[in-house]
Unconditional design. Sequence first.
Length: 192
Amino acid sequence: MKREPAAPLTYAVSAHGDFLATRGVARTALRDLEDRISFGAATHVVIDFTVVKAMTISFADEFLGRYYSALAANDRPPTTVLLTGLNEENQETVAVCLERRELFAAEVDHGHITLIAASEVLDQTFEVAAELHRFTATDLAEQLSISAPNANNRLKRLVAARALIRERGIAERGGKEFTYSLPLLPSTAGIL
């Protein structure tokens, strides 16, 4: 029986101001975000920058850089993390921060999920994943004309960045098989 996806926890970064400038404020925001995730056991998180006019690279690094580094280092919730509401300047700031750490993030931009600071290879992989909607590593490998192990390596990075959902299932010939899908687009309800 297929379960309905849980509503995402939407975290409004603007609770910390519309100009975000210091590492101290970023540490407070990160603790607040992590507390809300663990308190509600959120599986899908949307980090909303809608009202934020500008942020410094030091804020972005302390908040998002540390957060995405922690996500990449472990396999605990949340399942997906999406950034939303980034203006062009803030999008560039986030990209610089993530590139320095060799990380990337998924962003909702004009109703589509795209990647920020990802390599061309991962961007291409994510675009094909979006076209497939729900797929296995074998499906992706066939679409990209690459080997299954190469597809698995790319998918592992996309899952670690919380840009794709991975669900365990049973393969036709027995054994485990994972299926992948994109996160659902967030609504504006439930902003914290």
